[in-house]
Design a protein around this ligand. Structure first.
Ligand code: BV8
Ligand code: ZN
Length: 252
C-alpha cells in the first residue's frame, strides 16, 4: 500500500485523472451521509425513500425528506475537499469529476467538468408533462409541488413534480454514465473519495479503471469493499487529506 507522498506524486505526474465522489466529501460541509450513524432521517433509510414506489405511495413524505435535504444543502458551503478537487482540475490536462452526490457543492467549489450520475437536488421534473426546471426555493411553498406549466388549452398542467434525482431501480443518465466509463477507462490515476462503494453501477467505475491499468487511490473515513483492491487507501477526512494530496508540489 503506497504512502501519501507516492500518491501525491502519481497525481502530480498524471495527465489523465478521474475522480468518483460520494456523500462523504460533503460531510464536512454539514450535509448528512446516507449510511452509517448520520445516515438516517427520522426512522427511514434512503433505500426506503429514494425509490419510485415510495414516491408513488407517499409523495408528500418523500418530498419532506428532499425539502429538508435542500434546506440543509442551501446552508452548506463547499469544504476544502471540494476546493482541492477544483484546483486539481485546473492543473490537469484531462480531468473528469464523477459524482454520486446531488448537492451541487462541486460546481459551487469551481469544478467545471462534473458528471452527475444520480441527478440533481435542485432540478424538479413534472411526472405529467415531463417539463424540468431548476428551482432553488427552500423551503418549497407546498409539498408535493405541482407543475404550473400552461398547456395549449391554457390550463395549468398541475402534474406532480418529483426531484430530478435517480432513485433505486431507475437507470442512470446514459450520457453521464458513458462519459464516466470512458474517463475511468483512460485514467492514469483514479481517485475515489467519500463513498461506501456499495451502490451500483457507480461503485464499479474504480474497478474498471484498475482493470484498464490506472492506479486507484481511495480516501474514506472507513474501510470499504474497495479498500483491499486499491493501490493506496487513506483513512480519514477528505477535507484534510485531499488538500495534502493535491498541494502544489514540484511536478514529478
Ligand atoms: C440501476 C438518490 C439499472 C439520489 C441514490 C438488488 C436489488 C435492486 C437493485 C439492485 C440490487 N443490487 C444492485 C442494485 C442496483 C442498485 C444498487 O446499487 N443497490 C445497492 C443498495 C445494492 N442501484 C440502482 O438501482 C441504480 N440504478 O442500477 O439502474 C436498473 C434499472 C432498472 C431496474 C434495475 C436496475 C440507481 C442507484 C442510485 C440510487 N440513488 N440516491 C439522492 O437522493 O441522493 S443512492 C444514494 O447512495 C446516493 O445517491 C449516494 O450518492 C449513493 C451512494 O452513497 P455514498 O455516496 O457512498 O454515501 P454513503 O453514506 O453510503 O457513504 C459515505 C461514505 O463517506 C462512508 O463510507 C463514510 O465512512 C465516508 N465519510 C463520512 N465522512 C467522511 C467520509 N469520508 C471522507 N471524509 C469524511 N469527512
Ligand atoms: Zn407538467
Amino acid at each position: 500500500m503506497a504512502d501519501l507522498e507516492s500518491a501525491r506524486r502519481w497525481l502530480a505526474g498524471a495527465e489523465r485523472i478521474a475522480v468518483l465522489t460520494g456523500a462523504g466529501i460533503s460531510a464536512e460541509s454539514g450535509v448528512p451521509i446516507f449510511r452509517g450513524p448520520g445516515g438516517l432521517w427520522r426512522q427511514y433509510r434512503p433505500e426506503d425513500l429514494a425509490t419510485p414506489g415510495a414516491f408513488a405511495r407517499d409523495p408528500r413524505l418523500v418530498w419532506e425528506w428532499y425539502d429538508w435535504r435542500r434546506s440543509v444543502v442551501a446552508q452548506a458551503e463547499p469544504n476544502a475537499g471540494h476546493l482541492a478537487l477544483a484546483e486539481l482540475e485546473r492543473r490537469t490536462k484531462d480531468f473528469t469529476l464523477i459524482t454520486q452526490n446531488v448537492d451541487g457543492l462541486h460546481e459551487r467549489a469551481g469544478s467545471r467538468r462534473v458528471l452527475k450520475l444520480h441527478g440533481d437536488l435542485w432540478t424538479l421534473r413534472c411526472t405529467g408533462c415531463g417539463a424540468e426546471r431548476v428551482d432553488g426555493t427552500v423551503p418549497l411553498p407546498e409539498l408535493p409541488p405541482r407543475c404550473a406549466l400552461r398547456l395549449r388549452s391554457g390550463q395549468a398542467c398541475g402534474g406532480l413534480l418529483r426531484p430530478g434525482v435517480v432513485w433505486f431501480g431507475e437507470s442512470l443518465p446514459a450520457d453521464a454514465l458513458e462519459q464516466a466509463m470512458a474517463a475511468a477507462a483512460r485514467a492514469q490515476v483514479f481517485l475515489v473519495v467519500g463513498t461506501s462503494a456499495v451502490v451500483q453501477p457507480a461503485a464499479s467505475l474504480p474497478l474498471m479503471a484498475r482493470q484498464a491499468g490506472a492506479r486507484v487511490v481511495e480516501i474514506n473515513a472507513e474501510p470499504t469493499p474497495l479498500t483491499e483492491l486499491v493501490d493506496a487507501s487513506f483513512l480519514g477526512k477528505s477535507g484534510e487529506l485531499l488538500p495534502r494530496l493535491v498541494e502544489a508540489g514540484v511536478r514529478a
